[in-house]
Design a protein around this ligand. Structure first.
Ligand code: NI
Length: 170
């Protein structure tokens, strides 16, 4: 892993950092470095009051993400959707878009196949907000961002707002 880690808190890449649009590689080695990285992802998510964080958001292009909601913690490694039902619409934010929120339509329920820290296959069946968080994080692993679900009009409004906030218009 190449992320700089100072006491386990990793720097979160903000939009429009190009790393956020890249496709991550599957994890093939399940070792202590992976466990340490996942621990750091959780720490970095918690320090920003996030409910999820994906590896590309800290500049690591590996299919790894974490989610924590209502006291339950989930590790997603090489996750994939194997079943889904229903639809839900709800507000999403992203640690790479501070202060930006938008409504996104997602499946209501999903069954996800993932690897755990030991490389064993695990399945999760989650619904509602937890399903939304899983899918948001899994999108990050494919370089997809929540603003990609919005109309051009809404997306451009967000891009404008973000560029103001990051001082992009010099
Ligand atoms: Ni996000």
């Amino acid at each position: 892993m190449s992320a700089e880690s100072l006491s386990g808190i990793l720097e979160i890449k903000k939009y429009p950092d190009p790393v956020l649009k890249k496709i991550s590689e599957p994890v093939t080695v399940f070792d202590d470095d992976l466990a340490k990285f996942v621990k750091d992802l959780f720490s970095s998510m918690r320090v920003h009051d996030g409910v999820g964080l994906a590896a590309p958001q800290v500049g690591v292009l590996k299919k790894i993400a974490v989610v924590e909601y209502e006291g339950k913690s989930y590790v997603l490694i090489n996750p994939k959707v194997i079943d889904q039902k229903g639809i839900q619409e709800g507000e999403e934010g992203c640690l790479s878009f501070p202060g930006i929120y938008a409504n996104v339509v997602r499946p209501q329920w999903v069954k996800i196949e993932s690897k755990d820290l030991n490389g064993e296959t695990v399945t999760y069946e989650v619904e509602g907000f937890t399903a939304r968080a899983f899918l948001h994080e899994m999108d990050h692993l494919s370089g997809k961002l929540f603003i990609d679900y919005l109309s051009n009009l809404k997306r451009n409004a967000i891009k404008k707002k973000v560029s103001k906030h990051t001082g992009g218009h010099f």
